[in-house]
Ligand binder design. Structure first.
Ligand code: PEP
Length: 262
């Protein structure tokens, strides 16, 4: 009975968190291709119960913001720099994103951590700056296959979360999104099982409860990302601690609409 009651309580908390399905387009789509994709997906992603976000390459932001006007879709960036302005050739500031109509920003994607050597110290500065500017961070974390096999998945992810959120307030955490993305599942076609994904997403929520409090842990939205597709989305999204998905490959196809409505 007590277990049944606990289950109901978990479901109520989950329902209070609006699901968020975000596409990470990565380095795909020229501006004109981006506008065509928005048009192609427009009717497929209609769903007011879910927050739908397209995180697009920097050069696509302005045309995509224009193209999604009047739809349920919001626009995110895939990265930003933490400095206000100045001599940082090639970088884009939080204020520039906000001025262009961007609402979300992916921070700490494993591709940026790996190829561009972004560390937790830098990411902590980026998270702070995103909040200061009024952007909602989608903070990514996740383990490598080697770390999973060594049994240090949760130790690693707790380290990432604690470092990246250092100095971030409970109210800010309540408003943000954390994406659990096992590196071995990104772009590989290998998805974490729904139970594996749930276990880590619950571990992240427990870590937030320890760092802040139960109300903050109940409010923060935690996505799963890693080869999510139209076939596996419903099972992953049915888990009590998975509040949405960060989707790479499948966000560029009509399949994205099926995930939004899974
Ligand atoms: C991602 O890059 O965030 C991602 C989840 O990619 P994919 O869905 O292609 O695995």
């Amino acid at each position: 009975m007590a277990v049944e009651h606990a289950g109901c309580f978990e479901m109520e908390e989950k329902m209070a968190r609006k699901k968020i399905i975000a596409g990470n387009w990565k380095m795909n789509k020229t501006p004109s291709e981006a506008v065509a994709l928005v048009e192609e997906l427009k009717d497929l992603v209609k769903n007011d119960e879910v927050a739908v976000v397209y995180c697009v390459p920097a050069i696509d932001i302005v045309p995509v913001v224009e193209a999604v006007k009047g739809t349920n879709v919001e626009v995110g960036a895939e990265n930003m720099y933490f400095e206000e302005s100045g001599a940082y050739t090639g970088e884009i500031s939080a204020a520039m994103l906000v001025d262009a109509g961007v609402k979300y920003v992916i921070l700490g994607h494993s591709e940026r951590r790996d190829y561009f050597k972004e560390d937790d110290c830098l990411l902590n500065k980026k998270v702070k700056k995103a909040f200061e500017a009024g952007l909602t961070p989608i903070l990514c974390c996740g383990e490598s296959l080697e770390q999973r096999e060594l049994g240090v998945t949760m130790d690693w992810i707790r380290l990432q979360i604690k470092s990246d959120l250092s100095g971030i307030t409970a109210d800010q955490v309540k408003a943000m999104v954390i994406a659990y993305e096992p590196i071995w599942a990104i772009g590989t076609g290998k998805t974490a099982t729904a139970d594996q994904a749930q276990e880590v997403c619950k571990g992240i929520r427990d870590c937030i409860a320890e760092m802040y409090d139960a109300a903050t842990a109940d409010a923060v939205r935690i996505q799963y990302g890693g080869s999510m597709n139209a076939g596996n989305a419903a099972e992953l999204l049915s888990k009590p601690d998975i509040d949405g998905g960060l989707i790479g490959g499948a966000s560029l196809k009509p399949d994205f609409g099926k995930i939004v409505n899974a």
